[in-house]
Design a protein around this ligand. Structure first.
Ligand code: NAP
Ligand code: FE
Length: 369
């Protein structure tokens, strides 16, 4: 067993304002890192600033973070944090601002370039991060991982225990402002985390428990969406908490081939992260039924849904992509699959050649588009 989760997690309606006093424990001045608009629209930014005002903590707002956050913006955020003497960082948003907040926290205390960030070659400890989630997807609130687009345009991650947020304040009210496609894409990302983590050889009893419970609850929500039922606050909270379970599960195992093969769809074609994972998720399930039948049996018993129903639900719920990729172009991606981290985590005989075959099957032949 190897499990570490240093994040204090508080969820519930109005939990930001109700726990304002906690902000004071982190210092008297902070930097809020967020995206361009949604934190304002969904009310999260207002709740955070009111809470900070109520306990006398001053703040600056850095709202330049875009989707698939770019390294340059994170470096700029770090500079702002230094110049304004921020003592801690509050990230508000989906995975993009939350991941960016973790990078800003590093750059605030370390005068380093991007290579040192990805290698986590640090001179000093990063500032502490408080995560206020507004999507029910990445679970970045409870992971030590941050995915930042590098200067060569590739999505690269860093991972270190010092990058776990210290506090997660999750009010699912914010998630009700997501447009339907964002909600579906981010929920599929959360389900993908649970399923990928469960089928990693690096899983353990704790990660599998969170992965199973998360998957079960997300499948319940997918069934509601399939019946065209509206999600009420309880459903949204259930989905949000399930996304945290997915985050906790991947904090142990990392992700598998749906994530590894999904990144180029985002980098080269602008496909939303969860939608990109969904392209491969049915194939991932089929792969594991064939190569990890006992694990698959436990999984489907645990979630109380058979594989056919689950695959159909994923195909109906996840937003569709309409990219076209020639076999020749798919083959040019091959160097990316050599030594890919996901290979050694998979059951069966996974290899770079098989990863390439999966890309061809799912995208070139359009099986899952
Ligand atoms: P996101 O990129 O943070 O946000 C997607 C879009 O939704 C943005 O336009 C955003 O607006 C908007 N939005 C966010 N919350 C909203 C709300 N409550 N109401 C209305 N609109 C809202 O999406 P995400 O899927 O949560 O994050 C994806 C990123 O996380 C990717 O970069 C992915 O690689 C990373 N990720 C990280 C981990 C991890 O463990 N750290 C795991 C999986 C994925 P604004 O731009 O205005 O904010
Ligand atoms: Fe993800």
């Amino acid at each position: 067993m190897n499990f570490y989760l240093p994040t204090k997690i508080i969820t519930g309606k109005d939990c930001v304002k109700a726990n304002a006093v906690l902000f004071k424990n982190f210092g008297s001045r902070c930097l809020i890192v967020t995206g361009k608009t949604s934190a304002k629209k969904c009310g999260a930014l207002n709740d955070v600033t009111q809470a900070l005002d109520s306990v006398g903590v001053t703040y600056e707002i850095f709202d330049k973070i875009t989707q698939n956050p770019h390294i340059c913006d994170c470096m700029e955020g770090g500079k702002v944090a230094r110049e304004t003497c921020a003592e801690f960082i509050i990230g508000i948003g989906g995975g993009s601002p939350l991941d960016a907040a973790k990078a800003v926290a590093v750059f605030a205390t370390n005068d380093i370039g991007e290579n040192d960030l990805y290698a986590m070659n640090l001179q000093n400890k990063p500032l502490k991060v408080i995560a206020v989630g507004t999507t029910a997807g990445t679970g970045s609130e409870v992971t030590q991982v941050s995915v930042i687009t590098s200067s060569d345009g590739l999505k690269k991650s860093f991972r270190a225990d010092c990058s776990f947020p210290a506090l997660c304040l999750g009010d699912a009210t914010y998630t009700s402002f997501m447009p339907d496609t964002v909600m579906r894409s981010t929920a599929t990302d959360a389900l993908s985390h649970c399923i990928e983590s469960y089928f990693c050889k690096t899983s353990n009893a704790v990660s599998r428990m969170f992965a199973l419970e998360g998957a079960k609850n997300i499948i319940k929500i997918f069934k509601k969406l399939d019946r065209c039922e509206n999600l009420d606050f309880c459903n949204r909270e259930e989905l949000y908490i399930a996304s945290l379970y997915g985050g906790i599960a991947i904090s142990v195992t990392g992700t598998a081939f749906p994530h590894a093969l999904g990144y180029f769809l985002t980098e080269d074609y602008g496909v939303a992260h969860g939608t990109a994972c969904a392209v491969y998720l049915p194939e991932f399930i089929r792969y594991n039924i064939e190569n990890a039948s006992e694990v698959a049996k436990d999984f489907f018993e645990g979630v109380g849904t058979d594989s056919k129903t689950l695959i159909a639900l994923i195909e109906k719920t996840a937003p569709k992509t309409d990219i076209s990729l020639s076999e020749q172009k798919a083959k040019q991606l091959y160097p990316r699959w050599i030594n890919n981290k996901c290979i050694s985590k998979m059951y069966g005989q996974m290899s770079a050649d098989k990863l390439q075959d999966i890309v061809i099957k799912c995208i070139v032949n359009g099986q899952n588009l």
